[in-house]
Write a new protein. Sequence first.
Length: 325
Amino acid sequence: MPMNSAVQLIGIDWGSTCLRIFLISSSGEVLATRSNGRGISSINGSANDYEQSLKELAGDWLEEYPAIQILACGMVGSKHGWLEVPYVICAAGDVAIASGIRTVSDGQKRQVHIVPGLAFMPANVPPDVMRGEETQIIGALTLRPDCHKKSCLILPGTHSKWVHIEHGKVLSLSTHMTGELFAVLCQHTVLGRLMSQSQNALDLSVFLRGVGDACSGGHLGLAHQLFAVRTLGLMEMLPAASLDDYLSGLLIGHEIQAGLAWRLAAGLAQAPLLLIGDSSLCGLYAQALSYCGVDDVSILSNTAPIGLWAIANCCEKKLLRDVCK
């Protein structure tokens, strides 16, 4: 990959389990991508460990571009990250996020700028937060300006986010621990004992059966319905290889039922609906939404790099405005 003067930014998406870095041009193009498993959960929390992890993956870029801007998002800014960066309170858009950035220096006195997460602090229900997803959201809104005025964004994952956007700002959000629940139930409960341990292709019909049971049997309660994963296996009404697909459908189905009710209460039923994240997981959510009668859904994958680029540009504009005051 030829290095050239158009290089503007090293963008970093540093989560709990994975470190991803992007070499980004002045036009927002991703020139190169690298990743490894050095997420913050594998780092002991010392500044030296963060410096070394970044150097291992991006050392040649840092040497080639010693003055390049470095912008990081994700759990690297959490309480257990390189530097804890306070949450920005919703409603918040790119300007508020850029204003909340904090900076840490590495051993070479290079500045690493860290994007804050967002906190939703309603008066009548418990608070909600995100770290990393705010950058994906800014990236999505950069690519889809039609979603600025009013939209509902869904970011599936370990902790799925349903997000209310108005006028380019995150107004509110709702988190569902769907992915984490799936992993815990498969690995640490009685439900996993009957499941096949080999990797099998998704059985879409069984997944949608789980979605359908969540939709039609929600009155029974999730705790009750979860036990069906075991009984369907015990009675050989579902093969072991498909039990995890049924469980996935059940959990995602319950999330979607709650999410659609939240969307309706927020007045977003007619607003654009956008899925953001891993294309295969987003595709699964699109299938589940379609089963629930919602078909007008768009999908965007890997919007973190364009989000980092947009936030970096917002920082530069803000700096110029502050200097000109």
